[in-house]
Each structure stands twice: as C-alpha cells, then as structure tokens.
Design a protein around this ligand. Structure first.
Ligand code: SF4
Ligand code: SF4
Length: 354
C-alpha cells in the first residue's frame, strides 16, 4: 500500500500536534482561512504521496539552493516527505544508469499521476546539443518525461521565461518550458531564485488539493505573485513623500529613502519579497540597500540597466494586481506573512520535539 503524507511525517517523528499546527498555518499562509485546515489534514492523512521528478536544464541551480537552504529545516523535511522526490539529479544519492532508471520506473508506475518540476530550460539550437542529460539532449528527456505527467512546475525565471541564458542574442535558443510543452497544466514560479517558502507553499497547495492554485495571466500563483513589491515596500512612505536616494551612498540613501531613482523595479514587479521577505523573514534586497531588479518578471534581463529608473509606467502610485491595475488581491499579504509564521512555528515545534 502506498504511504500517505501523514504516514511519512509520523515515521519521521513529527508529532500529531505539530502536524495539525502545520495544517492550520499552511491554510493561513495560502490565504484560505482556518476552515480549510481540516481539509488539508484530511488530504494529508488519506492521500498517497505524489511522486515528483525534478529535472534540471540550462540553469545555475539557484532554485535548488533556495529550496534546500531554507532557514526552516522542518518545512523542508515536511515538503520533501510530501513530495516523494523520486528523482532529482542534484539531490539524489544515485547516479548514472541507476538514476536514469528511476525516471522510467516513475513514468511506468505512476503514468498520468506524477508531477514534473523543472529548473532551467532546454536550448533548442543545434538539436539541443547545448544541454545534455544522461547522454541525450535535455529537450528529448523533458518531452518524454512530461508526456505522462499530470502537471508541470516551472521553477524560477529560467523555466518560466528563459532568463539570462535566453538574453539577446540567445545563441543556444534557450526556451521556456511552456513553449515546448503545450498539452499539460503548467504553473510558473518565477524569481531568480523564487523564495523558498513560496516554493514550499506552491507544492503544499498542489499536493493537498490536487489542483493548481489560481493563476494570474502569466501563469503565476496569485497567492504569492498577486501584489507589487512597491505596494508593500517599507520605503513606500518615502516614495509617496518624494524622498529619493539620488546616487548610491548619498545622505538620502543612508537615511533609507526610496530607491526608485537609482533603478528600483519594485513598481513593476509582482512577487512576495516585500511582504514575506527572505531567509526566514530576516530581510530582502531593498532592505539590504539595493533596488529590486524585477527578477520575477518576463524579460527583466533584457530591459536595460538595473540602475536606470523606470519610465512610462501608468498608475504608478496605485496599488495593483498583476491582472488589473487598481485591483489589489485581498488576503495575499496576510497569507505571505502567515507563511513566515508557518515556518517559524514549525522550527519551534521541531526544536521542542528534538
Ligand atoms: S520604488 Fe522600490 S524602494 Fe521605492 S517604494 Fe517602490 S519598491 Fe520600495
Ligand atoms: S526584490 Fe525584486 S529582484 Fe529581488 S528577489 Fe524580489 S522580485 Fe527579485
């Protein structure tokens, strides 16, 4: 009999109390409210784990780095348990033919019922020869593996959009996943890399509810990409007051004024950085003194200098959703903050049980 998520968690020594806390905080982090906590618990107690094959194309592995270097090890344990991460050539112990055999096993045993998570993208030039996986072009492996999948996760801006390896003139023809796989549901989780808790939140949602969360027009989950960096930035008051850093390390910069004039792309970027922050909620790029470069937006790498100010944007100061300027998405911020609470609570639970 296939193990459920809950079986695995118990086997790993996670108490029922911690499990229920995880379910309740996960519901909050996803903006679903407390009534969804029992549904999450029920799904985790009764559903068999969903196998995930995690493939790597042209990329730098920063998405894996973000995921596995989460400041909250228990969250990682929980999610890895939920994932049944059967194949990840970066994380798995097996190598060579043994490793490749696992893909075939998952494909035949779970046909139509596994998830493919893709980090990086396939280069199409010269028959895909710029990225070789197990002796074959990555493009071939990707298409074959996705053929029996029920859904695809495009991790990071490389898989979602192409990113720097697709920068003009793109000599390898690096191409995002949705342009080579068109017959499967695809969720994009862009960023360079995405925030660890965004990655775990997306997986928790898909595995719990057996469907993709609500997506914006670009295919990103609204719960994490529904709001502009600019709208939750703690420097926003300075923006509204017309207080700007003019050059790096001037007096205004040292006072923490808005970084718009030194190139911050927060007003045109949709991501959870300003509400959820990074490294367990400790800080984020703007808090460290650098403007947002817009890494979760398509084409950010080819849009000129990161240090030139944005020009020609409508509705500049108005709170906005990605789909419709002027329509903020209720619950998103509360969700993002609550995700931080999830991982913090899990860390505490783990420490108590250790
Ligand atoms: S322009 Fe950048 S630094 Fe200024 S308020 Fe917006 S996001 Fe924050
Ligand atoms: S602040 Fe902007 S550039 Fe930095 S990680 Fe977030 S979205 Fe990407």
């Amino acid at each position: 009999m296939n193990e459920t998520f809950y079986d695995v968690l118990r086997r790993q020594g996670i108490s029922r109390r911690s499990f229920l806390k995880f379910c309740s905080l996960t519901a909050a982090s996803l903006g679903l409210g407390n009534t969804f906590a029992p549904k999450i618990a029920n799904a985790m107690e009764t559903k068999p784990r969903t196998p995930v094959i995690w493939l790597h194309g042209l990329e730098c592995t920063c998405c894996s780095e973000s995921f596995i270097r989460s400041a909250h090890p228990l969250t990682k344990d929980v999610v890895l348990s939920m994932l049944s991460l059967d194949y990840d050539d970066t994380l798995m112990a097996a190598a060579g033919h043994q490793a490749e055999a696992i893909i075939e096993q998952v494909k035949s045993k779970y046909d139509g019922n596994y998830i493919v998570a893709v980090e990086g993208n396939p280069p199409l030039a010269e028959d895909g020869m710029f990225c070789i996986h197990g002796g074959r072009p990555f493009l071939e492996v990707l298409k074959e593996t996705c053929a029996g999948a029920k859904a695809i996760i495009s991790w990071g801006s490389c898989a979602a959009y192409g990113c720097v390896q697709a920068a003009k003139p793109n000599p390898t023809q690096a191409t995002p996943i949705h342009k080579v796989i068109s017959d499967k549901p695809i969720i994009k989780v862009p960023g360079c890399p995405p925030i660890a808790e965004v990655m775990t939140g997306v997986i928790a949602y898909i595995l719990t509810f057996d469907r993709l969360p609500e997506l914006d027009r670009q295919g990103r989950p609204k719960m994490f990409y529904g709001q502009r960096i600019h709208d939750k930035c703690y420097r926003r008051g300075h923006f509204d007051a017309g207080q700007f850093a003019e050059i790096w390390d001037d007096e205004a910069s040292r006072k923490g004024y808005c970084l718009y004039k030194v190139g911050c792309k927060g007003p045109t970027t949709y991501n959870a950085c300003s509400s959820m922050r990074w490294n367990g909620g400790i800080s984020w790029p703007v808090q460290s003194g650098h403007g947002c470069i817009g890494c979760s937006e398509d084409g950010f790498w080819d849009k000129g200098s990161f240090y030139d100010r944005i020009v020609g944007m409508d509705n500049f100061g108005i709170e906005a959703s990605a789909d419709r300027v002027g329509g903020p998405v209720a619950g998103v911020v509360a969700g993002a903050i609550a995700t931080h609470a999830v991982v913090t609570a899990l860390s505490r639970s783990k420490k108590k049980s250790d």
